[in-house]
Design a protein around this ligand. Sequence first.
Ligand SMILES: C[S@@+](CC[C@H](N)C(=O)[O-])C[C@H]1O[C@@H](n2cnc3c(N)ncnc32)[C@H](O)[C@@H]1O
Length: 226
Amino acid sequence: MARERDRAYELWRQKWRDGDIPFHRDEIHPDLLNYGDRLLGGGPHRVLVPLCGKSPDLMWLAKRGHEVIGVEFVEDALLQFFAEHELSPRAEPVDGLKMYRWENLTLVCGDIFEVDRSHVGEADRVWDRAALIALPAHLRGDYTRHLRQITSADWAMLLSAIEYDTALMSGPPFSVSEEEIRQSFPGSDVKRLATRDTLPHNPRMRARGHTWFRESTYLLRDGPAG
Ligand SMILES: C[S@@+](CC[C@H](N)C(=O)[O-])C[C@H]1O[C@@H](n2cnc3c(N)ncnc32)[C@H](O)[C@@H]1O
């Protein structure tokens, strides 16, 4: 297992080194713009952004007054984020992790599985975009259990997931069904907010022979969903 994690770590590091980051978007993710109020109403909140890359969503959330905690194990991704936003964070080593802090934004450089509540604080909201679907099936169960362990009881999560014909590609990104999501969060209410066919905007996936490619947005929370 440790060897597989090391391999995954190296694969992502290599992608960042090569600038092979097609998942990165310079714009704020439309799910956050369309459904962010469903996630963030009644705030400010403490928002965890797992496997955050250098997403501009981090800054969008911070500018709205939330405490934002991103977790990413490729340091170069975090350094690119700060450089692109012209920020000079403080860096502090904590328990083998490195915490970069700037005002209400903390970016933790480390493996999500090494991050616990003492690092994250009482995070009550999660924005998962391309985090669950970045992980292979054998790690997704550990990830979803871990996510619930490091977030507070009254949590809610906005989740963007994709589905495709797995005979054509193994991932990453991995295809994750609504059924898997429901099974992975047994205590939570799971509401699918939207499903879009994103193939027309995805020439890379068309080139791989996909004839359908769906992106769905879910709102999860313990207790009745809003
Ligand atoms: C598909 S990218 C998504 C990045 C970001 N969420 C976005 O929307 O642009 C997945 C990111 O997770 C990072 N990553 C993968 N496994 C990780 C782990 N176990 N702990 C922390 N970061 C991880 C990778 O380096 C990569 O930057």
